[in-house]
Design a binder for this molecule. Structure first.
Ligand SMILES: CC(C)(COP(=O)(O)OP(=O)(O)OC[C@H]1O[C@@H](n2cnc3c(N)ncnc32)[C@H](O)[C@@H]1OP(=O)(O)O)[C@@H](O)C(=O)NCCC(=O)NCCS
Length: 229
């Protein structure tokens, strides 16, 4: 297996939530799916867990139903003994990252140039606030800042129990093909993840608690088992 593999998938592929395929979910996952008031959200949750279980099953060499997913205190799905992985969904789009050596976090958002900008006030560090005031960035630039921060807190595993304004990531456009080091010293967490913006139609970022991965393999996940570059 390559060190870091990234799968993109369409959660609305009907085969991903077909009852026979979704039979690999455990009781807790089925209960969670049943709690969604909206059927489309329930279906997408199921599809995400199907992708997670099937990719991990292939790596571990066990049936998807036997992948022993646990959750940390902040709700992150994990596997004792690895590999490390993380899932993100936005609408019908999903990204799933899997890494044999280091914790990873991924976040995807649908680009929305008309997004309300007011809520970004609460997520800016002091340096980002200065950049914001100097340039009045577009909504998509602010969304990109958001996915960078979310990828980092997901790689750490604590989600937004870490205040987003405590992370200093930077608003500026960077080369999407380059990892960059970030220093985190916030809310009792001190670490040095690396971060990369991901190219594509949506806005997405990937963080890794370890050195930059030399090679990211991008694949598309289809239920029929075909994985296309
Ligand atoms: C992690 C978090 C940022 C994800 O936000 P979101 O808007 O649902 O965004 P995404 O679609 O990108 O990610 C969801 C996926 O991230 C994963 N995830 C959940 N909690 C996570 C965490 N703490 N760290 C990393 N990944 C996490 C799950 O796979 C989840 O999808 P699934 O449940 O359908 O499998 C947000 O849920 C959060 O801040 N959680 C922590 C809150 C907390 O402190 N909880 C404590 C009690 S459980």
């Amino acid at each position: 297996m390559a060190i870091l593999t990234l799968y993109s998938a369409d959660l609305d592929d009907p085969l991903l939530s077909d009852a026979r395929v979704a039979g690999c979910l455990n009781a807790a996952e089925r209960t969670r799916a049943d709690r969604y008031a909206r059927p489309d959200l329930a279906r997408r949750f199921v599809a995400g867990r199907v992708i997670m279980r099937h990719v991990l099953a292939r790596v571990l060499g066990v049936p998807p139903a036997d992948v022993a997913i646990t959750h940390n205190a902040w709700g992150r799905p994990e596997l004792a003994g690895g590999p490390f992985f993380n899932l993100s969904h936005a609408g019908r789009s999903a990204l799933f990252a899997i890494d044999e050596l280091a914790p990873v976090g991924v976040d995807i958002e649908i680009d929305d140039p008309a997004a309300e900008q007011g809520w970004f006030d609460a997520i800016l560090s002091a340096r980002e606030r200065a950049e914001f005031d100097a340039g009045r960035p577009a909504a998509s630039t602010l969304l990109r800042l958001w996915v960078r921060k979310e990828a980092i807190v997901k790689a750490i595993g604590r989600g937004f129990s870490i205040a987003p304004a405590a992370l200093d990531v930077g608003l500026r456009e960077v080369d999407v093909h380059k990892w960059r080091p970030i220093e985190i010293d916030a809310n009792g967490v001190s670490c040095s993840p690396v971060l990369i913006d991901l190219p594509g139609h949506e806005i997405a970022a990937l963080a890794r608690i370890g050195p930059a991965s030399a090679h990211i393999v991008h694949k598309c996940y289809f239920w029929n088992g075909l994985v296309a570059q």
